[in-house]
Design a protein around this ligand. Structure first.
Ligand code: MF3
Ligand code: CO
Length: 290
Protein backbone atom coordinates (compact mmCIF):
# COMPACT_ATOMS: atom_id res chain seq x y z
CA UNK A 1 0.00 0.00 0.00
CA UNK A 2 1.19 3.50 -0.82
CA UNK A 3 2.08 5.61 2.21
CA UNK A 4 -0.17 8.67 2.43
CA UNK A 5 0.38 11.72 4.65
CA UNK A 6 -2.33 12.20 7.28
CA UNK A 7 -3.38 15.46 5.64
CA UNK A 8 -3.33 14.09 2.08
CA UNK A 9 -6.62 13.34 0.39
CA UNK A 10 -7.78 9.79 1.06
CA UNK A 11 -7.18 7.15 -1.63
CA UNK A 12 -10.88 6.29 -1.68
CA UNK A 13 -11.91 9.43 -3.56
CA UNK A 14 -14.13 10.78 -0.76
CA UNK A 15 -12.35 14.17 -0.94
CA UNK A 16 -11.69 13.93 2.82
CA UNK A 17 -8.27 14.08 4.46
CA UNK A 18 -6.73 10.65 4.97
CA UNK A 19 -6.71 11.06 8.77
CA UNK A 20 -10.46 11.67 8.78
CA UNK A 21 -11.17 8.85 6.33
CA UNK A 22 -9.40 5.49 5.76
CA UNK A 23 -6.30 5.94 7.94
CA UNK A 24 -7.59 3.83 10.83
CA UNK A 25 -8.96 1.33 8.29
CA UNK A 26 -5.51 0.94 6.68
CA UNK A 27 -3.84 0.59 10.06
CA UNK A 28 -6.22 -2.18 10.98
CA UNK A 29 -5.58 -4.02 7.71
CA UNK A 30 -1.79 -3.54 7.92
CA UNK A 31 -1.82 -5.03 11.39
CA UNK A 32 -3.76 -8.02 10.07
CA UNK A 33 -1.36 -8.39 7.12
CA UNK A 34 1.62 -8.30 9.51
CA UNK A 35 -0.06 -11.04 11.54
CA UNK A 36 -0.17 -13.16 8.35
CA UNK A 37 -3.76 -12.63 7.28
CA UNK A 38 -4.81 -12.07 3.69
CA UNK A 39 -6.27 -8.56 3.27
CA UNK A 40 -8.20 -6.87 0.43
CA UNK A 41 -6.48 -4.42 -1.95
CA UNK A 42 -7.71 -0.84 -2.08
CA UNK A 43 -9.24 -1.49 -5.50
CA UNK A 44 -11.59 -4.04 -3.90
CA UNK A 45 -13.09 -1.23 -1.77
CA UNK A 46 -16.04 0.51 -3.45
CA UNK A 47 -16.56 4.24 -2.93
CA UNK A 48 -19.97 5.55 -1.79
CA UNK A 49 -20.53 6.90 -5.31
CA UNK A 50 -19.79 3.52 -6.90
CA UNK A 51 -22.05 1.81 -4.38
CA UNK A 52 -24.92 4.12 -5.34
CA UNK A 53 -24.38 3.32 -9.04
CA UNK A 54 -24.21 -0.42 -8.38
CA UNK A 55 -27.34 -0.19 -6.22
CA UNK A 56 -29.31 1.12 -9.22
CA UNK A 57 -28.04 -1.71 -11.41
CA UNK A 58 -29.04 -4.20 -8.69
CA UNK A 59 -32.59 -2.79 -8.59
CA UNK A 60 -32.98 -3.74 -12.26
CA UNK A 61 -31.50 -7.19 -11.63
CA UNK A 62 -33.95 -7.85 -8.79
CA UNK A 63 -36.90 -6.60 -10.86
CA UNK A 64 -35.93 -8.88 -13.76
CA UNK A 65 -35.75 -11.91 -11.46
CA UNK A 66 -39.09 -10.92 -9.92
CA UNK A 67 -40.54 -10.86 -13.45
CA UNK A 68 -39.13 -14.33 -14.13
CA UNK A 69 -40.58 -15.57 -10.82
CA UNK A 70 -44.05 -14.36 -11.80
CA UNK A 71 -44.07 -15.95 -15.24
CA UNK A 72 -42.01 -19.15 -15.07
CA UNK A 73 -44.01 -22.39 -15.35
CA UNK A 74 -44.16 -25.74 -17.11
CA UNK A 75 -44.38 -25.41 -20.90
CA UNK A 76 -42.18 -22.30 -21.07
CA UNK A 77 -38.95 -22.68 -23.06
CA UNK A 78 -35.65 -21.35 -21.74
CA UNK A 79 -35.53 -19.26 -24.94
CA UNK A 80 -38.66 -17.47 -23.69
CA UNK A 81 -36.95 -16.80 -20.34
CA UNK A 82 -34.04 -15.33 -22.30
CA UNK A 83 -36.44 -13.01 -24.15
CA UNK A 84 -38.10 -11.89 -20.88
CA UNK A 85 -34.70 -11.08 -19.41
CA UNK A 86 -33.56 -9.20 -22.52
CA UNK A 87 -36.82 -7.26 -22.83
CA UNK A 88 -37.22 -6.36 -19.15
CA UNK A 89 -33.55 -5.41 -18.69
CA UNK A 90 -33.42 -3.17 -21.75
CA UNK A 91 -36.89 -1.68 -21.00
CA UNK A 92 -35.42 -0.44 -17.68
CA UNK A 93 -32.35 0.96 -19.46
CA UNK A 94 -29.95 -1.87 -18.62
CA UNK A 95 -27.85 -4.26 -20.68
CA UNK A 96 -27.85 -8.03 -19.97
CA UNK A 97 -24.23 -8.63 -18.90
CA UNK A 98 -24.01 -12.24 -20.18
CA UNK A 99 -24.88 -11.29 -23.79
CA UNK A 100 -21.60 -11.53 -25.70
CA UNK A 101 -19.58 -11.98 -22.50
CA UNK A 102 -16.60 -14.12 -23.57
CA UNK A 103 -18.78 -15.26 -26.45
CA UNK A 104 -21.80 -16.29 -24.36
CA UNK A 105 -24.67 -16.19 -26.89
CA UNK A 106 -27.66 -15.31 -24.67
CA UNK A 107 -28.84 -12.77 -22.06
CA UNK A 108 -29.20 -15.15 -19.12
CA UNK A 109 -27.98 -18.52 -17.86
CA UNK A 110 -30.65 -21.19 -17.33
CA UNK A 111 -29.44 -24.38 -15.66
CA UNK A 112 -31.85 -27.29 -15.17
CA UNK A 113 -31.58 -30.36 -12.88
CA UNK A 114 -28.09 -31.85 -13.44
CA UNK A 115 -26.86 -28.64 -15.07
CA UNK A 116 -24.69 -26.89 -12.48
CA UNK A 117 -24.41 -23.46 -14.13
CA UNK A 118 -23.96 -21.54 -17.41
CA UNK A 119 -26.80 -23.36 -19.20
CA UNK A 120 -27.62 -21.70 -22.55
CA UNK A 121 -31.28 -20.86 -23.20
CA UNK A 122 -32.77 -22.69 -26.17
CA UNK A 123 -36.12 -23.01 -27.90
CA UNK A 124 -35.60 -26.77 -27.69
CA UNK A 125 -35.59 -26.80 -23.89
CA UNK A 126 -39.15 -26.84 -22.52
CA UNK A 127 -39.67 -26.67 -18.75
CA UNK A 128 -41.58 -29.67 -17.48
CA UNK A 129 -43.30 -30.69 -14.29
CA UNK A 130 -40.73 -31.67 -11.65
CA UNK A 131 -37.79 -29.66 -13.03
CA UNK A 132 -35.62 -27.48 -10.83
CA UNK A 133 -34.01 -24.55 -12.63
CA UNK A 134 -31.52 -21.83 -11.77
CA UNK A 135 -32.03 -18.53 -13.58
CA UNK A 136 -28.86 -16.41 -13.31
CA UNK A 137 -29.41 -12.75 -14.21
CA UNK A 138 -26.68 -10.11 -14.55
CA UNK A 139 -27.14 -6.46 -15.49
CA UNK A 140 -24.97 -3.56 -16.63
CA UNK A 141 -26.49 -0.14 -15.87
CA UNK A 142 -24.50 3.05 -16.43
CA UNK A 143 -21.41 0.85 -16.41
CA UNK A 144 -22.18 -0.79 -13.06
CA UNK A 145 -22.71 -4.55 -12.64
CA UNK A 146 -25.32 -6.57 -10.78
CA UNK A 147 -25.39 -10.38 -10.51
CA UNK A 148 -27.79 -12.73 -8.74
CA UNK A 149 -29.67 -15.95 -9.33
CA UNK A 150 -32.60 -17.90 -7.94
CA UNK A 151 -33.92 -21.44 -8.12
CA UNK A 152 -37.44 -22.20 -9.31
CA UNK A 153 -39.39 -25.41 -8.74
CA UNK A 154 -41.60 -26.26 -11.71
CA UNK A 155 -44.89 -27.89 -10.74
CA UNK A 156 -44.61 -30.99 -8.58
CA UNK A 157 -40.96 -31.33 -7.65
CA UNK A 158 -39.85 -34.43 -5.73
CA UNK A 159 -39.33 -33.96 -1.97
CA UNK A 160 -35.63 -34.78 -2.49
CA UNK A 161 -35.10 -32.00 -5.00
CA UNK A 162 -37.24 -29.53 -3.02
CA UNK A 163 -35.00 -30.22 -0.05
CA UNK A 164 -31.86 -29.63 -2.13
CA UNK A 165 -33.22 -26.28 -3.32
CA UNK A 166 -34.17 -25.22 0.22
CA UNK A 167 -30.92 -26.36 1.83
CA UNK A 168 -28.83 -24.41 -0.71
CA UNK A 169 -30.89 -21.29 0.06
CA UNK A 170 -30.18 -21.88 3.76
CA UNK A 171 -26.47 -22.29 2.95
CA UNK A 172 -26.45 -18.82 1.38
CA UNK A 173 -28.30 -17.34 4.37
CA UNK A 174 -25.92 -18.98 6.86
CA UNK A 175 -22.92 -17.79 4.84
CA UNK A 176 -24.34 -14.28 4.71
CA UNK A 177 -24.67 -14.15 8.52
CA UNK A 178 -20.87 -14.46 8.69
CA UNK A 179 -20.22 -11.41 6.50
CA UNK A 180 -19.06 -8.52 8.68
CA UNK A 181 -16.00 -6.26 8.83
CA UNK A 182 -12.84 -7.93 10.09
CA UNK A 183 -14.33 -11.41 9.71
CA UNK A 184 -12.97 -13.81 7.10
CA UNK A 185 -14.02 -15.43 3.85
CA UNK A 186 -13.38 -18.74 5.59
CA UNK A 187 -16.09 -17.93 8.18
CA UNK A 188 -18.59 -17.63 5.35
CA UNK A 189 -17.25 -20.64 3.43
CA UNK A 190 -17.27 -22.87 6.49
CA UNK A 191 -20.91 -22.01 7.24
CA UNK A 192 -21.93 -22.88 3.66
CA UNK A 193 -19.90 -26.08 3.50
CA UNK A 194 -20.99 -27.33 6.93
CA UNK A 195 -24.70 -26.97 6.22
CA UNK A 196 -24.36 -28.57 2.76
CA UNK A 197 -22.36 -31.53 4.03
CA UNK A 198 -24.52 -32.06 7.13
CA UNK A 199 -27.38 -32.58 4.69
CA UNK A 200 -25.37 -35.11 2.68
CA UNK A 201 -24.56 -32.83 -0.24
CA UNK A 202 -21.26 -31.82 -1.84
CA UNK A 203 -19.96 -28.35 -2.65
CA UNK A 204 -18.59 -27.67 -6.14
CA UNK A 205 -14.96 -26.58 -5.75
CA UNK A 206 -13.95 -25.64 -9.27
CA UNK A 207 -16.41 -22.78 -9.75
CA UNK A 208 -17.03 -20.01 -7.26
CA UNK A 209 -18.19 -16.48 -6.70
CA UNK A 210 -16.38 -13.23 -7.30
CA UNK A 211 -16.02 -9.55 -6.60
CA UNK A 212 -18.50 -7.59 -8.67
CA UNK A 213 -19.67 -4.03 -9.36
CA UNK A 214 -17.17 -2.20 -11.55
CA UNK A 215 -16.57 -5.32 -13.63
CA UNK A 216 -18.65 -8.48 -14.07
CA UNK A 217 -16.00 -10.62 -12.39
CA UNK A 218 -13.46 -8.98 -10.08
CA UNK A 219 -11.11 -10.17 -7.38
CA UNK A 220 -11.44 -11.81 -4.95
CA UNK A 221 -12.42 -15.29 -6.06
CA UNK A 222 -14.98 -16.60 -3.57
CA UNK A 223 -15.01 -20.29 -2.67
CA UNK A 224 -17.37 -22.20 -0.37
CA UNK A 225 -14.95 -24.70 1.09
CA UNK A 226 -13.07 -23.23 4.01
CA UNK A 227 -12.30 -22.81 7.65
CA UNK A 228 -13.20 -20.12 10.12
CA UNK A 229 -10.48 -17.50 10.61
CA UNK A 230 -8.82 -18.19 7.24
CA UNK A 231 -8.98 -16.63 3.78
CA UNK A 232 -9.34 -12.95 2.96
CA UNK A 233 -10.39 -10.56 5.70
CA UNK A 234 -13.65 -8.66 5.12
CA UNK A 235 -13.48 -4.85 5.12
CA UNK A 236 -16.25 -2.25 4.66
CA UNK A 237 -16.74 -1.42 0.97
CA UNK A 238 -15.95 -4.91 -0.34
CA UNK A 239 -18.60 -6.34 -2.63
CA UNK A 240 -18.88 -9.91 -3.86
CA UNK A 241 -21.28 -12.73 -4.65
CA UNK A 242 -22.25 -15.67 -2.48
CA UNK A 243 -23.28 -18.28 -5.05
CA UNK A 244 -22.47 -21.82 -3.97
CA UNK A 245 -23.22 -24.66 -6.38
CA UNK A 246 -24.23 -27.67 -4.33
CA UNK A 247 -24.72 -31.19 -5.64
CA UNK A 248 -26.87 -34.10 -4.51
CA UNK A 249 -24.10 -36.55 -5.37
CA UNK A 250 -20.47 -36.07 -6.37
CA UNK A 251 -18.91 -32.61 -6.35
CA UNK A 252 -17.33 -33.43 -9.72
CA UNK A 253 -18.51 -31.49 -12.76
CA UNK A 254 -17.69 -31.22 -16.46
CA UNK A 255 -18.19 -28.70 -19.24
CA UNK A 256 -20.34 -29.80 -22.19
CA UNK A 257 -17.98 -30.22 -25.15
CA UNK A 258 -20.69 -29.26 -27.65
CA UNK A 259 -21.47 -25.74 -26.42
CA UNK A 260 -18.32 -25.15 -24.30
CA UNK A 261 -20.45 -23.46 -21.60
CA UNK A 262 -22.98 -25.70 -19.85
CA UNK A 263 -21.57 -27.30 -16.73
CA UNK A 264 -23.08 -30.65 -15.62
CA UNK A 265 -22.65 -32.94 -12.63
CA UNK A 266 -20.49 -35.96 -13.52
CA UNK A 267 -22.93 -38.43 -11.98
CA UNK A 268 -26.06 -36.90 -13.53
CA UNK A 269 -27.55 -36.10 -10.11
CA UNK A 270 -29.13 -32.73 -9.43
CA UNK A 271 -27.36 -29.49 -8.52
CA UNK A 272 -28.74 -26.25 -7.11
CA UNK A 273 -27.44 -22.70 -6.71
CA UNK A 274 -28.69 -19.41 -5.30
CA UNK A 275 -26.69 -16.21 -5.76
CA UNK A 276 -26.74 -12.92 -3.89
CA UNK A 277 -24.62 -9.79 -4.29
CA UNK A 278 -23.37 -8.56 -0.92
CA UNK A 279 -21.75 -5.34 0.33
CA UNK A 280 -19.66 -5.36 3.51
CA UNK A 281 -20.87 -2.37 5.54
CA UNK A 282 -19.43 -0.64 8.63
CA UNK A 283 -21.43 -2.88 10.94
CA UNK A 284 -22.28 -5.97 8.92
CA UNK A 285 -23.57 -6.46 5.41
CA UNK A 286 -26.20 -5.39 2.94
CA UNK A 287 -27.65 -7.60 0.22
CA UNK A 288 -27.88 -5.51 -2.98
CA UNK A 289 -29.16 -8.15 -5.37
CA UNK A 290 -30.93 -11.48 -4.81
N1 MF3 B 1 -23.75 -14.95 -13.84
C1 MF3 B 1 -22.66 -15.86 -13.74
C2 MF3 B 1 -22.01 -15.65 -12.39
O1 MF3 B 1 -22.69 -15.74 -11.44
C3 MF3 B 1 -21.66 -15.69 -14.83
C4 MF3 B 1 -22.17 -16.06 -16.11
S1 MF3 B 1 -21.00 -15.80 -17.31
C5 MF3 B 1 -21.92 -16.05 -18.69
O2 MF3 B 1 -20.87 -15.35 -12.23
F1 MF3 B 1 -21.21 -15.66 -19.68
F2 MF3 B 1 -22.21 -17.33 -18.76
F3 MF3 B 1 -23.02 -15.36 -18.62
CO1 CO C 1 -21.81 -14.44 -10.15
Amino acid sequence: MKKLGRNDLCWCGSGKKYKHCHEAFDEKLMEAADAGYQIPDHDMIKTPEQIEGIRESCKINVAVLDYVAEHIKAGVTTEEIDQWVYNETTRMGGIPAPLGYEGFPKSVCTSINDQVCHGIPSEDVVLKDGDIINVDVSTIYHGYYADSSRMFCIGNVSPEHKKLVNVVKECVELGLEQVKPWGFMGDMAEAVQKHAEENGYSVVREIGGHGVGIEFHEDPWVGYIGQRGTGMMFAPGMMFTIEPMINEGTEEVFVDGDDDWSVYTKDGKASAQWEIQVLVTEDGHEVLSW
